[in-house]
Design a protein around this ligand. Structure first.
Ligand code: OAD
Length: 271
């Protein structure tokens, strides 16, 4: 990938400069360059004998709480060791260039916040906010910084201080509803925006994957950043093929770097 912004389509740079309301919608791929495995890659190594889709369910937690809690502790340790990458930083910087920016993520890490993004909407919860599986009381971790549990290690979840039931990760599992307020905020932002970036998501998991379609129905431009094809390709106005940490800084440079506007005849890499 060339380290230049000249292959960002001038039409995209113009649309971003003109946009008043921008939505950045992210998935696991935005954290890939921070060393965090994407959801579908997360069960490598010793975790590979498990099926992510089966493990991220209330049923799995009921039947094997120690496997599920061990998996989430392993992921939490990975996130705590990681740092935001250039994509998270570019997204945080974007807030200083556009009148309104809403950052909506499916990720359960906190790397957007650590890069400086404010009021991030988490559609699928957080690795860092455990709660009681019965009474829903917020809980503290036994160890705020887990010492890198081995992949594949079972760890019994702590018990709720109030009612004694097992503590569960504060994430949304398959078959569960999204947090109502977060979903309301997200749909409203998507319906009202002028431009939506869909970054590092496979666009396969609903209802989250509905957001770009809502934005499109409201007349917004859709910009997708992903090294691989997704079902959103056919709908997006711009498909930027590449790693988010490489592409997003170039998008910002193309739109906002003074005196660095891409040449009018520049060839876009996107479609
Ligand atoms: P996925 O793991 O399904 O998809 C990750 C996407 O990131 C893929 O499309 C990759 O091509 C892309 N990708 C990989 N490396 C990238 C990079 N460096 N830059 C940009 N993109 C890259 O993750 P999500 O789409 O986030 O939900 O998955 C959505 C939801 O499915 C997750 O939140 C999780 C899972 O089920 C729950 O746990 C409820």
């Amino acid at each position: 990938m060339k380290n230049t912004h000249h292959d960002i389509a001038p039409a995209l740079a113009r649309a971003l400069r003109a946009a008043r309301r921008v939505v950045v919608f992210t998935g696991a791929g935005v954290s890939a360059e921070s060393g965090i495995a994407t959801f579908r890659d997360a069960l490598t190594g010793l975790w590979s004998r498990f099926d992510a889709q089966a493990l991220a369910t209330p049923e799995a937690f009921r039947e094997h709480p120690d496997i599920v809690w061990g998996w989430y502790e392993w992921r939490r340790a990975q996130v705590l060791r990681a740092a935001p990458n250039a994509a998270h930083h570019a997204i945080a910087a974007l807030a200083h260039h556009v009148p309104e920016l809403a950052v909506i993520t499916q990720n359960v890490d906190d790397l957007h916040e650590r890069a400086g993004s404010q009021d991030v909407t988490h559609l699928h919860g957080s690795l860092h906010a455990p709660r009681c599986s019965r009474c829903a009381a917020p809980q503290a971790f036994a160890s705020p910084t887990p010492d890198e549990p081995d992949a594949g290690r079972r760890i019994a979840p702590p018990l709720c201080a109030a009612c004694g039931a097992p503590v569960r990760p504060g994430v949304v599992w398959f078959g569960e509803s999204l947090p109502a307020q977060a979903w309301r905020d997200a749909t409203l932002a998507a319906q009202q925006c002028d431009l939506l970036f869909s970054i590092g998501t496979s666009s396969l998991v609903y209802p989250a994957a509905e957001l770009p379609r809502l934005a499109l129905a409201g007349g917004a431009k859709i910009v997708q950043v992903n090294p691989a094809a997704t079902p959103l390709d056919a709908l997006a106005h711009h498909n930027l093929r590449g790693a988010a940490a490489d592409v997003m800084p170039r998008v910002l440079a193309a739109a906002f770097s003074a005196g660095m506007a891409p040449p009018a005849s520049g060839q876009g890499e996107d479609s």
